[in-house]
Write a protein that binds this ligand. Sequence first.
Ligand code: GLN
Length: 357
Amino acid sequence: MSALRCPLAFGARGRGSAMDVEVGDVAQQAFTGDLPGWSEVESLVEAAYRRCKSDADGMVADYIPELAQTNPDWFAVCVVETDGGVHSAGDIDIEFSIQSISKAFVYALVCERYGHEVVADRIGVNNTGLPFNSVIAIELNNGHPMNPMVNAGAIATTALVPGSTPDEQWDAIVSGLSEFAARPLQVDETVYRSESETNQRNRAIARLLESYGRIDFDPLAVVDVYTRQCALLVTARDLAVMGATLADGGVNPITGKRVVSADVCRDTLAILAANGAYERSGEWLFEIGLPGKSGVAGGLVTIAPGKAGIGTFSPLLDAAGNSVRGQRATAYLSRVLGLNIFASQAHTLATRRRDQA
Ligand code: GLN
């Protein structure tokens, strides 16, 4: 662990308070069902798009001035299956900045490098119950970030990206996220500049973390890398491919290349389930029953483990910063495609009798 530049006195879960479930030596098994057939998925993706297309609830984010210019009508839905099949509807080629969705994939890269325990301890896994850019959450947790899906934890996670300079860390982020997306991603320079000029709050969060000894090198350089990662351009299809890679045990279904390990996917998805929709994560899990992550430009990625990644794009957001149409389309798909990880059906009586015979 000597390579870590951010030694911490004790972890996010507190000294001695980590949940010790004693399964570190037990191999993870995974058993998942299948999606419906190709043409059914195809028509249900189209149905999700049509169903939500005319919804006009929500507001475009304007605290990053450039995002206020976004066309509120844009809407895209895409499902990428773990066998590489792609189903899409709507404005599928429109690029937008990935924003907070980057947090999930940067976390996965850092977890791949440092492992389950170290990352859980240094960043944390529990929900703050507070908005994504909360400063109070840091204070309430003894100066420790709480999870990598809100800004404090994400900035601390970016500080852990391998590399001895910010440029090296940036290269690792761009190449890692590009591998998730199966194509080279580019930065939206206008969004990057716009956020850099107005991100006093994130700079304050980084300074606060520094004051607690949670970031041990130039906090403003870390915020700069974080701001750039948030400005990477993606499409709804890219998000679905990135999600499908997490659904596929870390192998990108388009390139066939392993990006992260299956254990890292499992850890990332657990954190997304608890924290992917900020203070609305409980409601999200209750309604949709899948790990997912939203971004303030309107993107949303959702992962059905073993089955598919769902990417949606619609810039109209709810008060927590989650895309309204994206949530509705994803909730619909979760139901009709049978994706909710908490849903089950009784074993049919006929099968039960046959099994007992
Ligand atoms: N770049 C944005 C920020 O740090 C990301 C926030 C988000 O997507 N919720 O404020």
